[in-house]
Design a protein around this ligand. Structure first.
Ligand code: G2I
Length: 261
């Protein structure tokens, strides 16, 4: 409450959490977060409407037109339920493959047809016209990576053809194997130049002390330098609650005390 003006549910809006049985929606845990945030004037980032991972069992077993319909129904129902309460939605999460291919990630959703992503964005726009609609991914921070270029080309194509997209989320999970790239600001400004906002959506940086603080400073300065960089979300508050707890990647230690970062 003291340190943040925006909040994101780490797991509570995922497909398995909000639609555990087909057409039976459960919003209790997500509502607690949304109500807490809105009651204090904080914004909410919604995460996430369509994703190959964390699908409930019933969806994992679907394919083809039945899965396409179920996915669109999910997007519509969840975005409609939260209409007017979400600042930005991660409409589609992690749809591109890692490595040098620049291809889409294979998944049951991808196998419903290459247009599944734009279909999800159109459904989200119809359900909540006021929410900013984002494409969110990881390993898209380094401007030279094939995956970054592939997402950039998709967003450019969407803007050209009028597919409703407002923002790109860079997850920005950094560690020694995937460090803060020196061209990060170029990545942010290049996406922004397509006419979308850029948001840093899941920031964490493994390390400690001064070097960790320097990396955090670099990320923040890069965002501040790009007018359309409109938000920085850290992927947790205390190190001990992080999905990468052993890497102590967050801004507060296990006692909730501020770190140098
Ligand atoms: O994997 C790191 C992040 C990559 N980008 C998308 C994010 O949504 C993702 O977040 C992580 C959460 O931080 C984890 O907390 O996504 C994982 C998978 O959804 C989350 O892990 C899940 C476990 O898989 C569940 O077994 C567990 O019940 O966390 C749940 C709650 O602790």
């Amino acid at each position: 409450n003291r340190e943040f003006n925006s909040v994101t549910p780490e797991n509570e809006m995922k497909i398995d959490a909000t639609e555990p049985q087909q057409n039976q929606f459960t919003f209790g845990n997500a509502d607690r977060i949304v109500n807490h945030a809105l009651g204090r004037g904080m914004k909410v980032r919604g995460h996430t409407l369509a994703w190959h991972s964390q699908q409930p069992g019933w969806m994992q077993n679907m394919s083809g037109s039945a899965l396409r319909s179920a996915m669109l129904n999910h997007v519509t129902r969840v975005a409609t339920y939260y209409r007017g309460k979400i600042d930005s939605w991660d409409v589609v999460n992690e749809a591109f493959a890692d490595g040098s291919s620049g291809a889409r990630r294979d998944s049951n959703l991808q196998r419903t047809g290459n247009d599944w992503i734009e279909a999800a964005f159109r459904a989200a726009r119809a359900a909540d016209p006021g929410a900013k609609l984002c494409y969110n991914d990881y390993n898209t921070d380094d401007w030279t990576h094939a995956k970054t270029q592939a997402v950039y080309n998709m967003v450019r194509d969407f803007k050209t053809r009028g597919v409703p997209i407002d923002c790109v989320g860079l997850q920005s999970h950094f560690n020694s194997g995937s460090p803060y790239p020196g061209n990060y600001r170029t990545t942010l400004s290049s996406f922004a130049a397509l006419g979308v906002d850029v948001q840093i959506t899941e920031l964490d940086i493994e390390g400690s002390g001064t070097s960790q603080a320097t990396a955090y400073r670099n990320v923040v300065n890069d965002c501040l330098a790009v007018a359309r960089c409109t938000g920085i979300t850290v992927w947790g508050i205390r190190d001990t609650d992080s999905w990468r707890a052993s890497g102590t990647p967050l801004l507060f230690d296990g006692n909730g005390n501020k770190k140098p970062a």
